[in-house]
Design a binder for this molecule. Sequence first.
Ligand SMILES: NC(=O)c1ccc[n+]([C@@H]2O[C@H](COP(=O)([O-])OP(=O)(O)OC[C@H]3O[C@@H](n4cnc5c(N)ncnc54)[C@H](OP(=O)(O)O)[C@@H]3O)[C@@H](O)[C@H]2O)c1
Length: 344
Amino acid sequence: MLVPEQQEPSCSRCYSTKEIYYGFRPNKPTLTPADYPDLSDKTAVVTGCNTGIGKHVVELLYQKNCNVIGVVRTDAKGEEAKKEIIANNPKSKGNITIIGGCDYLDLEKVPAVGGKIKEALGDKPLNIIIHNAGLMAPDNKGTSVQGYEAMFQTNVLGSQLLQHFLDPLFLKEDDISLKRIVWVSSGAHFLAPHPFGINWEDPLYESVPIAERPSQMTLYGQSKAGNIYQAKIWFEKNKEIAEKINCVSVSCYPGNLKTDLQRGWGLSLAIARALMWDGIYGAYSELFGALSPTLKSSDSGKYVVPFGEFHDPREDVKAALTNGVAEKVWEFVEEKIAPFVGDK
Ligand SMILES: NC(=O)c1ccc[n+]([C@@H]2O[C@H](COP(=O)([O-])OP(=O)(O)OC[C@H]3O[C@@H](n4cnc5c(N)ncnc54)[C@H](OP(=O)(O)O)[C@@H]3O)[C@@H](O)[C@H]2O)c1
């Protein structure tokens, strides 16, 4: 891909530092379970929900009687989480369906997952989609089955491909009282490459030897800039129907949280964990995007920060949302996932 012609705005180190610090010391959650509406007859799809933030999200939705379709890589891990959540919440009138086999490191696997979600949903409206599954690898060496850098494939290609299968189920004038998509990003996008958060010459590092790849945090940051772009461009691509059904599509930095995300990171992360929050706080951030009654269609493309408020992303990432650069990234991903989209 060619480096964009658009001029990169200057990025203030002061703003980056302030926002990174804010991730560790954010304001209190603005929307907590006491504020959530009853979700009887509502259905949510949550990816990566066997552990971490996703598991908390499923539990909070289920407590409000939501029907949750939980998408995981490994069936057994998903079923274990489901069992625990149901046992903890005997009064819920909702239900949880686990769909396994969703490993974004192999895009071939995604279409079948789309088919199983369609089957589980039946003729019920689909109200909420939370693209929560994500990988922050402990090194920069990961490569997918398709030969692409592992974090960009998991965090961006995977979610955008699954969304293709969810679009026909979601973009309907059925229950338009609640239509939300949350694309889970991170404050780590401040560490993404310049300009505009992407390694333009080769975003998927297809022809870069592993030894020459940048650090794993730069790679993770790039993928999380991609998530900010997805929230905006998905909405723009589907604007007419998305506005009609009052849909809100936002990206979300859930917080700095003690979850399995830091698995394999060793001592540095073990120390950083002392400053991190319990995973449930990340669920409050994601569910602000999914449930806050204050959000409108016109908020689509905005970036939620912990624990439920809007801030601006890095200056160049913000500029990319409206100067055509984010759309370029979306189109690049579309090209890469096209062989797996099929007939839906
Ligand atoms: N924790 C934080 O501090 C933090 C900060 C900013 C953003 N986030 C974002 O929040 C989201 C949830 O993270 P978390 O902290 O809850 O992490 P986590 O505990 O590691 O959970 C991540 C989930 O994603 C799934 N996943 C990983 N690789 C996958 C793949 N290739 N295909 C499909 N699913 C995959 C995992 O499945 P397995 O269990 O099978 O691996 C797990 O269910 C991620 O998008 C992450 O980037 C987290």
